[in-house]
Design a protein around this ligand. Sequence first.
Ligand code: AMP
Length: 190
Amino acid sequence: MLNLVLFGPPGAGKGTQAEYLIKDFDLNHVSTGDLLRSEIAAETELGLKAKAFMDNGDLVPDEVVIGMIGSKLEANKDAKGFIFDGFPRTVAQAQALDQLLTDHSTSVAAMLSLEVEKEELMKRLLNRGLTSGRSDDQDSSIIENRINNYNEKTAPLKDFYGAQSKLHSIEGQGSIEEIAKRLNDAVKSL
Ligand code: AMP
C-alpha cells in the first residue's frame, strides 16, 4: 500500500491537490473534515458531538477521528493506498495512525507538507467561504483560531515525521497545476 499524509494549514489546498494524487496514483481519499461534515449532515450522534468543535474552529476530540479512520481502513482492505487529508492533526492521532497501519501490515510512506504563508491562507479561506457554504470559512476570528490550532497542535507533526525521514516540504503557492506537478514528482521519487 502507498499511504500518504497530505499535510498543511487550513487553506493550503489539500482537498484540491488530493484530487490529482488520487487520479495519478489510484489511491483512496480519506478527509476527516469531509467525513465529519457528512456525519453532521446526516445528524448522527457523532456529528452532533463534532459540530460545536467545528463551528468554533477547534479540533474534534482525538478518539472521535481515530475511530473514523479505523473504520475506513477496515472497510477498504484491498485499497492500493490512502491519502490522509486533514489527518493526523495531533501527535496522538499520528501515533494511532501508525498503530492502525501496523495492524494492517502497512505504514505511512511520506508526509507531503504544503507550505503557504498566513496572509495567503486567510485570503483563500475567506474566498472559499463565499461559495463553500462552510460557516467556519466565513468568520475571520474562527479562521484565525483554526490557524492557531494548526500552529500549536498540528505543525509539530512535521517533527514527528521528520524524525522518521518521511517529511517532504512542498511549496504550496503558485498555480494549481504547478503545485500538483511538485507533489507528483515528490511521490514518484519515493
Ligand atoms: P477541514 O475540512 O480539514 O478543514 O476540517 C474542518 C474541521 O473539522 C476542523 O476545523 C476540525 O474542527 C475538524 N477536523 C477535521 N479533521 C480533524 C482531525 N483530524 N482532528 C480533529 N478535528 C478535525
